[in-house]
Design a protein. Structure first.
Length: 343
């Protein structure tokens, strides 16, 4: 039987000490981390970037099939992704948890193990947070602080007519991973000896349960001397993010169905589930790839970069936002990505 330590045996401050003991600081900008009334950070001449994310059990994650270590890792990485989407570098995070009596100290150790693993991989310091009792399961709030050179911060509103539209990686895999997990949950339905069938689907599950932020793409662009004119990470779906850029930049866009990068496992799974593959890629969400625009003059440079694909171009605002299908038909893009407020 697994050891179970009730949180009440440690108390709030004892729990925080237990979970954050032996955290080593990695960044010069972190002058003081956990252990005082506030963290102390020094960014000198850099622009400071701040993002926060709220995750609620039953809305954003299902502990039926999401291991707590994976949840900790993903909770940190999705915040790092927001900083990279500004062409910045994440440096510090704070973690606040609302925890019900269902959870033990060992459960929270597993969650923190995932967070610490992500922070070690991406070079980020844990500098504070809070814990509280919860009557509604597990609540996670993470704030991430990053830095960027003043002349290199990238916003959503900088796209210009004739700019190239680019994406990193491939799209739709995380959504298909979620569909797989939901299907197996329905089949499981309380069977004690149930073994899920995920053979050959590992990539899809990893994209859903353990996504990665595209630090490598930011570094590749920097090494190539390319500063995007606009950028976002793809959390709610390609179509939705494109419309955000177009709205804030006061532009339109054309993207080409045949240019959208899709992994083979994603295509196979979409066919098995009888789903339209392009719809999955456009609206699935949670890919955490980077969507960005670059000036047309950078075409030759960006076309040679690994892990990046040009999928279209920016147009004048009155021309609207359209997907050009393989047969040349233009279909208006719609924001059909996931929205928790619709639940």
């Amino acid at each position: 039987m697994e050891k179970r330590t009730e949180i009440s045996t440690l108390g709030e401050f004892g729990l925080i000490r237990h979970l954050t003991d032996k955290i080593e600081l990695k960044n010069e900008s972190t002058l003081k981390g956990i252990g005082d009334d506030a963290a102390v950070l020094d960014y000198k001449e850099k622009e400071v970037l701040v993002t926060t994310d709220l995750l609620l059990e039953g809305i954003h994650f299902d502990l039926t099939y999401v291991p707590l270590t994976h949840l900790g890792y993903k909770s940190a990485v999705v915040n790092f992704s927001d900083i990279y989407a500004m062409n910045g570098r994440p440096k510090q995070i704070t973690i606040s948890l609302g925890v019900s009596k269902r959870f033990s100290v060992e459960d929270l150790e597993a969650f923190y193990h995932g967070v610490k693993l992500a922070c070690n991989i991406y070079g980020v310091d844990i500098v504070g947070g809070d814990t509280s009792a919860s009557r509604t399961g597990l609540t996670i709030s993470i704030t991430c602080i990053g830095e960027a050179n003043k002349e290199k911060v990238v916003y959503r509103n900088g796209a210009k007519e004739t700019d190239l539209i680019c994406v990193s990686g491939d799209l739709g895999a995380a959504y298909m991973g979620l569909q797989l997990l939901e299907r197996e949950k329905q089949v499981f339905n309380g069977e004690s000896n149930f073994k899920p069938d995920f053979a050959g689907k590992e990539y899809l599950l990893e994209r859903q349960l353990k996504p990665e932020a595209r630090k490598d793409i930011i570094e590749i662009l920097d090494q190539a001397g390319i500063v995007p004119t606009s950028m976002m990470d793809i959390s709610d779906g390609l179509s939705s993010e494109l419309l955000h850029i177009s709205e804030q930049s006061k532009t339109g866009c054309r993207i080409y169905e045949e240019k959208i990068p899709i992994d083979y496992q994603t295509a196979v799974q979409a066919e098995q589930f009888n789903m339209n593959l392009t719809t999955v890629a456009l609206n699935g969400g949670e890919d955490y790839e980077l969507l960005f625009t670059v000036p047309l003059i950078d075409h030759d440079k960006v076309a040679k970069l690994p892990g990046i694909k040009i999928i279209g171009y920016v147009t004048k605002e009155p021309l609207g936002n359209y997907l050009v299908t393989r047969d040349g038909t233009e279909i208006a893009l719609k924001a059909q990505g996931w929205n928790s407020l619709d639940e």
